[in-house]
Design a binder for this molecule. Structure first.
Ligand SMILES: NC(=O)c1ccc[n+]([C@@H]2O[C@H](COP(=O)([O-])OP(=O)(O)OC[C@H]3O[C@@H](n4cnc5c(N)ncnc54)[C@H](OP(=O)(O)O)[C@@H]3O)[C@@H](O)[C@H]2O)c1
Length: 290
């Protein structure tokens, strides 16, 4: 990791969860980190917290699904810091919903028992919590997930690589935060569309590597694919309190991954020598039924 000290990393989804933890680690290791997300107050709090550490944090509020805001973020980095050496495209979101059904479980009390029965048979903590929620396959929700998880993420990767090529940065690194659900359509039906966006992201890493190889560039592109991580992500996706989610995980004795486990995987990916390109790192909680 020493070779990255003093160099510039742009991290999306930096306001909380995996992204915020990663920013802290990179700054402690001496990197200049441009921390991006929509919630400016959280980015500023992160910068305040890291004041006086070895590296620097530069908060930049942006929505990865808004083209002009992504372009502005990369222009900011170019003007202020010269350009991006490492891009961790981590921002992501999920909207629960099967593809075929508009409402699974339904919202009325009469509909709940049947749905509860159905999901109990799956022994799945996330699905058990879904049963009372209106979750539907809505094209608008699909577009929103595609805009963030695929298009916005690839837009960041594209601009990062473009800048590296222009500046002759041949050891640059792009890390796409995928998911264990990005290996095939997940067995959790309510996360099918989210899973499909992560499958496409995994394929995108291969496409980018091929395009870079054709240019004889040694810029590396990696996918990091964790299973269930203890963040607000799933609660946000299905709109239930995170304490309820944790209680359910305890009940079935599933110990989720911690954000530091994902940070460690990213640090490992960055630490490999330039001759090594990590294509994908897949890891899950030991107790997760995959
Ligand atoms: N948690 C898990 O179980 C899990 C498992 C596998 C993979 N992942 C992946 O890991 C990544 C990070 O997830 P997490 O668990 O850390 O989730 P999280 O705690 O919900 O954080 C998500 C981050 O993404 C940002 N974000 C969401 N939409 C955005 C947008 N349109 N533009 C810019 N930023 C946006 C959020 O910030 P703002 O709301 O401030 O914009 C937040 O900083 C995601 O790509 C997720 O798919 C998570």
């Amino acid at each position: 990791m020493d070779r990255w000290a003093g160099r510039v990393a742009l991290v999306t989804g930096a306001s909380m969860g995996i992204g915020a933890a990663l920013c802290k680690e990179l700054v402690k290791r001496g990197m200049k980190v441009v921390a991006c997300a929509r919630t400016e107050s959280k980015l500023k709090a992160l910068a305040d917290e890291l004041e006086g550490e070895k590296g620097e944090v530069h908060p930049f509020a942006m929505d990865v699904s808004k083209d002009e805001q992504v372009v502005a973020a990369f222009e900011f980095v170019k003007e202020k810091l010269g350009g991006v050496d490492v891009c961790v495209a981590n921002a992501g979101m999920a909207v629960g919903g099967t593809i075929l059904e508009s409402f699974v479980g339904g919202t009325s009390p009469e509909e709940k028992p049947a749905a509860t029965y159905r999901y109990k048979s799956l022994h799945d903590p996330i699905l058990l919590l879904y049963f009372s929620l209106p979750i539907g396959g809505k094209p608008n929700d699909w577009r929103a997930q595609l805009d963030v998880n695929l298009t916005g993420t690839l837009h960041c990767a594209q601009l990062a690589i473009k800048g590296m090529l222009e500046r002759g940065v041949d050891d640059g690194q792009v890390i796409l935060i995928g998911s264990a659900l990005g290996y095939q359509a997940t067995k959790h039906p309510e996360l099918h569309f989210y899973s499909l966006t992560k499958c496409a992201l995994k394929a995108s890493a291969t496409a980018l590597r091929r395009e870079l190889l054709a240019k004889k560039s040694r810029i590396r592109v990696s996918n990091v694919s964790p299973g269930y991580v203890d963040t607000e992500f799933a609660s946000r996706a299905i709109g239930i309190p995170s304490q309820a989610m944790r209680a359910k995980l305890n009940e079935i004795s599933m110990e989720p991954l911690q954000v530091q486990d994902v940070v460690d995987a990213i640090i490992h990916t960055l630490s490999t020598p330039p001759r090594v390109q990590v294509h994908d790192l897949l890891f899950l909680p030991t107790d997760e039924d995959y």
